[in-house]
Design a protein around this ligand. Structure first.
Ligand code: ZN
Length: 308
């Protein structure tokens, strides 16, 4: 009688383990977002335009979204750009998760690092890295939790950073300008209910800025999302007008929201912007806890847009 007993216990244990695993997958996980961030940042390293790291970053995205690609829901859009530093092929990657309502919510992040920081070993753990990891986790989550409201498109865009140290509007935001023009031409733009940019929201000391360039009703939704998830202490401490990937869509009349925390590290005389755009932007400044807050805010923001 002993053996079957063990077999039954083993079976029960297996069922319990399955339940626990299924439960673990229920959540959009900051810990998994952190792991994806680490894999992406360490697997690609500095990934400025034209570098081997840039190709590695592209390959990590292709591999991660292979299940979406198999369904015809993952694509890449290559385009050539002439800049003051030469001609570059840039690539946007788009993963699509069909929803039940007519309309699309786009969630974007840039994934490349600054070309003018190419000799410094800059890896952009928080700047580009953390939100790439966060959106990789969101994609994983959406595989088993398809959108119940609007369709969700994840956009990993290229060429966000300015080509020059001094920000230059004409030599930055290449990927989103390209996407906005393309989606304007093919009619997609009319279906976009909200274009949400995520940027620099994995840092340990997290507080999302109140961005003056974001659409007021979307800022209200983010405020409400923070309230609903118990994260009011992590938003809107400092108002600021941010120039980021949402601008090309704002200029075409799409409702936009920039989920960004530009206050990163302690500003000093030699580093007036703290760790922003310095080689100190490394994985030790990023935390799973902050990525969980950002994940909660993002998911609740999507829910509130769906309900609107
Ligand atoms: Zn940057």
């Amino acid at each position: 009688m002993k053996r079957p007993m063990i077999a039954r216990n083993a079976a029960l244990f297996a069922v319990l383990l399955l339940c626990l695993c299924a439960q673990a997958q229920q959540k959009l996980s900051g810990q998994r977002a952190y792991t994806f961030t680490k894999q992406f940042v360490e697997g690609s390293g500095p990934r400025w335009l034209g570098s081997p790291g840039h190709t590695k970053a592209e390959n990590i995205l292709r591999k991660h979204f292979a299940p979406e690609k198999a369904k015809g829901h993952f694509g890449e859009d290559a385009f050539t750009v002439n800049t003051s530093l030469g001609t570059f092929v840039m690539r946007n990657f788009i993963a699509k998760y069909p929803g039940k309502k007519d309309g699309i919510i786009v969630i974007a992040t840039h994934y490349e690092t600054n070309i003018w920081l190419r000799d410094t070993g800059f890896v952009g753990a928080n700047d580009g890295g953390a939100t790439t990891g966060l959106l990789m986790e969101l994609g994983t989550y959406l595989r088993t939790h398809p959108p119940q409201g609007y369709s969700i498109w994840l956009l990993f865009d290229d060429g966000e950073e300015s080509m020059q140290r001094q920000w230059n509007d004409n030599e930055a935001l290449y990927g989103t300008r390209h996407a906005a023009a393309r989606w304007s031409a093919d009619g997609t733009l009319n279906k976009i209910k909200a274009f949400i940019v995520t940027d620099m929201i994995g840092d340990k000391d997290l507080n999302l800025n109140l961005d003056d360039n974001s659409t007021p009703w979307l800022r209200d939704i983010l405020r409400q999302a923070a309230k609903n998830t118990g994260h009011s202490g992590s938003v809107f401490k400092r108002p600021i007008a941010v120039v980021d990937d949402h601008i090309p869509f704002k200029e075409r009349g799409v409702p936009v929201l920039d989920m960004i925390d530009l206050d990163y590290g302690q500003p000093s005389f030699s580093h007036p912007e703290g760790w922003h755009h310095t080689p100190q932007d490394t994985m030790d400044k990023v935390s799973a806890h902050s990525l969980q807050i950002s994940a909660d805010l993002l998911l609740e923001t999507i829910h509130l847009i769906d309900k609107r």
